[in-house]
Design a protein around this ligand. Sequence first.
Ligand code: HXC
Length: 257
Amino acid sequence: QAYENIIVTTEGRVGVITLNRPKALNALNDALMREVVAAAEAFDADRGIGAIVVTGSERAFAAGADIKEMQAQSYQDMLLSDWFALWDRFCDVRTPTIAAVSGYALGGGCELAMMCDMLIAADSAKFGQPEITLGVIPGIGGSQRLTRAVGKAKAMDLILTGRQMDAEEAERSGLVSRVVPADTLLKETMEAATKIASMSLPATYVAKEAVNAALETTLAEGVRFERRTFHATFALEDRSEGMAAFIEKRKPEFKHN
Ligand code: HXC
């Protein structure tokens, strides 16, 4: 498939989606959003892919939803097209997703990074939800995911003032998994992605599902879900292989079934 706003590559079992609208700092217009979702779904349908990396440029992961595209739209346009509902499909991807963020991750850019399962930031990264400065509010889950990630105090501060948070503050607040020097961002992210992609794919799917359950249900329900799912991993051939490899002191050879 030919894409115009993203670059799609693979390296071993890792799929990489690079946002590529440099002149607009990777602002998320409708075409780019559709391409990211299509590429993520195509990787997700491919058993040869075990992790998906989403990244931007050195200067910007993404500077938000495309303000120039949204400017002329009415309430009716937004409602009838259910603007941004498309992103729900990105969140339904079962393959682990990793955002590698350098530079600006603002508005929809910050929200896209937060929709990924892991967020690795360059020390140059800047996060923020500046929608309030435009007279709107976050629209791709920012008010919900940021609050779950960093708590009410920081989320209110960022969403009400629209200020930016640097990588160090983002790590301290629990928004990002790791901060690395900007010039090693892709190397470190690819190493993490390659490691994740080397694990049993079905085990990875259910591990991700179990962690996500923690954000959506009670502790008792979540623990019950985890336990039943843990029991279910005993049906996997990869489970037999993983344990046999440990006992035989060798590396496992997962067949992803
Ligand atoms: C459209 C954008 C854009 C955006 C940048 N550009 N962000 N175009 N939508 N979100 C364009 C600029 O218009 C400019 O194009 C070019 O990218 C370079 O940007 P500059 O502003 O010249 O760069 P700089 O001075 O370095 O400032 C970088 C920046 C600033 C701080 C990131 O661009 C900025 O504040 N952008 C908007 C950030 C934002 O408000 N995001 C939230 C959007 S709303 P030209 O053609 O002039 O050279 C959102 C949530 C949506 O995401 C949900 C509710 C609506």
